[in-house]
Write a protein that binds this ligand. Structure first.
Ligand SMILES: Cc1ncc(C[n+]2csc(CCOP(=O)(O)OP(=O)(O)O)c2C)c(N)n1
Ligand SMILES: [Mg+2]
Length: 621
């Protein structure tokens, strides 16, 4: 039996019939399709989506975004909330519509979060080349702007003939649902091929379930890992995003309780263990807590679980200073399990933790850290809690400090509410100060740290978990880059709480704040250090259709948060802060090179400090 459909119609029908299943829970793999139409996709994928909605022959709901990069972010936000078991497709027109998605693709792939990208491409027949927006290359005709997706996709194909579609689709779904390989998957669709009809085997469209595995550790690898862990006197766990994606939080808690080992977290792993669990020691690395960083410095064994050891996590490879340090890396990706010459334990985080707990607690010879280690964690945690309390309640004047804004939000939010952030000075402050209990509460995109992710990613997170309140924290810089999805939230009736933190530029960046302030250019100095600009981001948010509440004090902020939560409309709470307000120290470092030679004394001094810090950098061999 065959059925005659265009390539785009076949694609839509196929995507609507894909499911994932893990632990017996089944859900749609492709929840819907984001898009922005242009001549490259309107007649192909656009027609197929329209036909699907009008005839009901395929169930793939269409969502209109305002920027193609943002629709990829929304898909990533959705997939992250769904622990990578469900995502969206994104259709874009040829040329700029498609290349706008490249940044989103990089973000998805770096964070290892699935998203299906459908950039449109130039005519496969080349009948009228060069088309509007077509890249010409005198060396070859076999290239288009969509080749730019190759390095940022985990699977990439261009469908030049209808016959290529079925195998490309199967390969694409496999990569999307493989927890070790997942990321952006790109199928470039020439605009003529999208509209071309073909006789497809009926079997292409039958419902298909992609079973997401929980690979068990290989016995000999488990034995080696257990041997290293048993030798540890000063061990430390690093819980990364893989713990949360694997829903391994309870297994991690049992492991920690059985062994007493301190558990630190990364940006993607925060909330895996509740912040007030006795074994929790906070964030590790450049923006971590001094509690975790003190343990890290002396650790003789680091058990990294579901982490890719980014420079923030390792403090640019200065975090761990014990000369006898050994890594044990429990990771579903062999690539990550092999890092830092570690003992690799390639497995699902939950399955691996269960196996480790069992192997380490064999009665009679159960492993446990010594009481002195536990006492040190307890007392360091007690001290650190006071530092955080102080940062949450500084009484900073005349504007509240950013740490107080985060504190007010943390104290206001319910356990299941979600905070979304990505770039600027807030991810660091959040990683250090945020107290998370629920594994889905802390949603900071810090693989790509992409300005503009916040509102779009928050939109996706809310779509994935409509029963949770989503609080998007966005700086003025990020807001100016990508605020437009507020319009999408309003039009779709997807309720967001947005806290817009205005500090007149980049609180996070800069050598003497050079070129980071949103100011008039001062004619006398020639620099951007003139008066504050007549920019009103609160009015801007209102103009996009959001309800807006302007606040000046923490008290007003708290009242506004309550009002925003009570509302069913997307609400922007606006607050101004001082970028120079103090933040506690992580007692750690991040490698950002300082000029080796300089005419400025300040730079020369900074270079000296830089070289001193660099001497702590290790190879971990
Ligand atoms: C798309 C993108 N461009 C540039 C950067 C580099 N960058 C990181 S933070 C930042 C400034 C962010 O400003 P804002 O959102 O106001 O946050 P703040 O630093 O003031 O907290 C810049 C330019 C980035 N991360 N992403
Ligand atoms: Mg700012």
């Amino acid at each position: 039996m065959s059925v005659r459909l265009t390539v785009a119609q076949a694609l839509v029908r196929f995507l609507a019939a894909q499911y994932t299943e893990r632990d017996g829970v089944r859900q749609r793999l492709i929840e819907g399709c984001w898009g922005i139409f242009g001549h490259g996709n309107v007649a192909g994928v656009g027609q197929a989506l329209l036909q699907a909605e009008q005839t009901g022959e395929a169930d793939l709901k269409y969502y209109l975004a305002r920027n193609e990069q943002a629709m990829v972010h929304a898909s990533v936000g959705f997939a992250r909330m769904r622990n990578r078991l469900s995502t969206f497709a994104c259709t874009a027109s040829i040329g700029p519509g498609s290349t706008n998605m490249v940044t989103g693709a990089a973000l998805a792939t770096i964070n290892r979060v699935p998203v299906l990208l459908l950039p449109s491409d130039f005519f496969a027949t080349r009948a009228a080349s060069p088309l509007l927006q077509e890249l010409e290359d005198p060396r070859t005709c076999d290239v288009s702007v969509n080749d730019a997706f190759k390095p940022v996709s985990r699977f990439w194909d261009r469908i030049n003939r209808p016959e290529q579609l079925p195998s490309a689709l199967l390969a694409a779904m496999r990569v999307l649902t493989d927890p070790a390989e997942t990321g952006a998957v790109t199928l470039a669709l020439p605009q003529d091929v999208q509209a071309e009809a073909h006789d497809w085997p009926e079997a292409l469209f039958t419902e298909r379930t992609w079973f997401v595995p929980r690979p068990l550790p290989e016995p000999s690898a488990l034995r080696r890992a257990v041997e290293v862990l048993r030798s540890a006197r000063r061990p430390l766990v690093i819980a990364g995003g893989g713990v949360i994606y694997s829903e391994a939080g309870p297994a991690l808690r049992r492991f920690a309780e059985a062994t007493g080992i301190g558990v630190s977290d990364t940006q993607a792993g925060k909330g895996a263990l509740a912040w007030d669990h006795p074994c929790a020691v906070g964030g590790v690395g450049a923006t971590g807590s001094p509690v975790a960083n003190a343990l890290a410095r002396e650790a003789d064994v680091v058990l990294g679980i579901g982490t890719r050891y980014s420079d923030f996590t390792t403090a640019s490879r200065t975090a761990f200073q014990n000369p006898d340090l050994k890594f044990v890396n429990l990771n579903i990706a062999a690539f990550d399990a092999g890092k830092h010459a570690g003992t690799g334990l390639v497995a699902d985080a939950r399955a691996g933790l269960e196996a480790l707990t069992e192997a380490l607690s064999i009665s009679g010879a159960g492993y446990h850290v010594d009481p002195e280690y536990t006492a040190r964690i307890d007392s360091a945690n007690a001290d650190w809690r006071q530092v955080v309390e102080h940062a949450y309640h500084l009484g900073y004047q005349p504007m509240p400090a950013q740490t107080e804004i985060l504190g007010a939000l943390n104290e206001f939010m319910d356990e299941r509410d979600v905070v979304v952030q990505a770039a600027g000075s807030m991810p660091g402050d959040l990683q250090m100060l945020w107290r998370a209990r629920d594994p889905k509460q802390y949603h900071v995109e810090y693989g790509y740290s992409c300005m503009g992710y916040e509102i779009a990613g928050g939109l996706g997170a809310k779509m994935a978990a409509p029963d949770r309140e989503v609080f998007v924290l966005v700086g003025d810089g990020s807001y100016l880059m990508m605020a437009q999805e507020i319009v999408t939230a309003v039009s779709e009736g997807i309720k967001l709480n947005v806290v817009l933190v205005q500090n007149q530029g980049f609180g996070s960046i800069g050598s003497q704040r050079f070129g980071t302030r949103y100011r008039y250019r001062d004619p006398s100095s020639g620099l951007l250090d003139g008066d504050v600009l007549p920019v009103d981001l609160a009015a801007n948010a209102a103009s996009l259709g959001a309800d807006v509440i302007r606040t000046r004090t923490l008290k007003e902020l708290q009242a506004a948060l309550a009002q925003s939560r009570a509302s069913d409309r997307t609400t922007v709470v606006y607050i101004e802060t001082d970028p120079l307000a103090p933040v506690p120290s992580s007692e750690s470092w991040w490698d950002v090179p300082v000029s080796q030679t300089s005419a400025l004394t300040s730079t020369q001094q900074a270079r000296e400090a830089y070289e001193a810090a660099q001497r702590d950098q290790r190879m971990y061999l």
